[in-house]
Design a protein around this ligand. Structure first.
Ligand code: SF4
Ligand code: SF4
Length: 449
């Protein structure tokens, strides 16, 4: 073994990847010249490596630009075209976490997703963000305005009208064939107003406190409230009290994907003190959407490395199935399953994969007798709002195709994903009248709850 590899600095190092804090409050972060130089440096490394060609459309876009240039090197690519690569990055983090041998501690220090984030932040500071992107990323504003008994039926009906969708595509740039989530008349947080109080007792284990605050998430609150309802049913069946924080805002992930780091900071300023107060009182935090869990576990701690409250929330934030598996390890998970689930085609969401927790959803589902889980570890291509945008929808449908083929060949009784939005995108790719289910709904079904 070479000295470099032994020190964890060479290609093939066995050391865990390290992620540097995001320097977003430093004025140099927004220096366009420095950014362009860094893009050129990293693009050149990627051109020489090309491992990530199949992960998303950012890398094929870069390699096509290089191959079409006169020199067939990165120096032949027009710098004005760098933005085309940035456009296709939806910050799934997969190139950092699963593929790249040049991430820190390697001295080449490649963090492709966070470089894309910087490029998006610079672009946003220059005001180069469309009204469509601002609106789509304002999930709590839109959800708050629409998810009520008056507006929800009207908006849902309009979104199903072909003529409305054509207008929406022309005016706003939302692809006419993209599935838009339906809004609820009664959001989850209203349905769950009567949750247990702060005095509810949990049974702690070494790794969990046995009582959780549910971060409902915008999608779980306004669009698919059963994500939270199923979670509550399963957790309470296992003796874990679930409550809601007094107030909640979007976790900030849609704004992060837009490079709007100030908006992320504003969301953090509301969510973190509230969640930290629960954590300090002996509660853990779970959320039914992997991207939101990742926000608390990874992105906020990297944006605010010196913030103690952010670190306390990070340490108490769990993916729901990670939590259930930790309870199982401590013999605190009930296995009184009543119904076999048969064959399940299970798509692992990118933002859950990059949490580095292993396949906990699969492991929990496999505890159910008469259940076989076939795992699909590929990006679905939904990725926040990427799949609904006019200019990216067709590409998103191409990205999901291998996942759809795997679901078909699994001949499963159920298909599911940790990310409900990815599941709907797979459903759209299948387009055969079947419906995706969530892993928590399947577990609830197995318990017969
Ligand atoms: S973070 Fe995801 S979308 Fe962005 S370049 Fe990497 S693999 Fe592609
Ligand atoms: S991100 Fe890393 S692994 Fe992917 S193409 Fe670039 S250098 Fe290679």
């Amino acid at each position: 073994m070479s000295e470099e590899i032994r020190k964890g600095q060479g290609e093939g190092s066995l050391d865990a990847p390290q992620r540097h804090p995001i320097d977003w409050r430093d004025s140099g972060y927004y220096d366009e010249r420095a950014l362009t130089a860094e893009l050129e440096r990293v693009f050149d490394i990627c051109h020489g490596c090309r491992r990530c060609f199949s992960l998303c459309n950012a890398f094929p876009t870069l390699f096509d630009l290089v191959d079409a240039s006169e020199s067939m090197e990165v120096d032949g690519v027009d710098k004005a075209d760098y933005g085309k690569v940035v456009d296709h990055c939806y910050l799934c983090d997969m190139c950092f976490m699963t593929k790249c041998p040049y991430v820190p501690p390697h001295p080449w220090n490649v963090d492709f997703p966070h470089l894309m984030l910087r490029a998006k932040a610079v672009r946003r500071r220059k005001g180069q963000v469309s009204a469509r992107d601002r609106l789509l990323s304002s999930t709590d504003f839109v959800g708050g305005a629409v998810a009520n008994p008056v507006a929800a039926p009207v908006v849902n009906a309009a979104n199903r009208q072909g003529s409305v969708r054509v207008v929406l595509e022309k005016t706003l740039g939302v692809h006419r064939n993209a599935r838009l989530p339906a809004y609820q008349s009664r959001p989850l947080r209203r349905r769950m107003r009567e949750r247990v109080g702060a005095d509810a007792k949990g049974e702690p284990t070494e790794a969990t406190r046995g009582r959780v605050v549910l971060f409902a998430t915008c999608y779980g609150n306004y669009n698919e409230p059963w994500l939270g309802e199923d979670l509550v049913a399963v957790f309470e069946h296992n003796g874990i009290p679930v409550t809601l924080a007094a107030a909640e805002r979007c976790c900030g992930m849609p704004k992060l994907e837009l490079g709007d780091l100030e908006a992320v900071a504003r969301a953090k300023a509301q969510n973190v003190p509230e969640l930290a107060s629960w954590v300090d009182a002996g509660w853990d935090v779970v959320a039914p959407v992997p991207s939101c869990v990742l926000m608390f576990k990874q992105e906020l701690p990297l944006m605010f490395p010196d913030d103690d409250a952010v670190a306390r929330v990070r340490d108490a934030a769990f993916d729901p199935f990670e939590y259930l598996m930790l309870r199982h390890k401590a013999n605190k998970l009930k296995t009184d399953f009543k119904n076999p689930l048969g064959r399940i085609a299970y798509h692992v969401a990118c933002h859950q994969r990059v949490q580095n927790i292993g396949l906990k959803t699969r492991d929990v589902l496999k505890l159910v007798p008469g259940t076989e889980v076939s795992v699909i570890e590929r990006c679905s291509g939904h990725d926040g709002t990427y799949a609904v945008k006019r200019e990216f929808h067709e590409t998103a449908m191409k990205i999901v195709r291998p996942v759809v083929n795997r679901v078909k060949s699994a001949e499963a009784d159920h298909y599911t994903s940790d990310c409900a939005m990815a599941a709907r995108h797979i459903e759209n790719g299948l387009n055969d009248g079947t419906q995706a289910e969530t892993p928590m709904a399947l577990l609830r079904m197995a318990y017969g709850l």
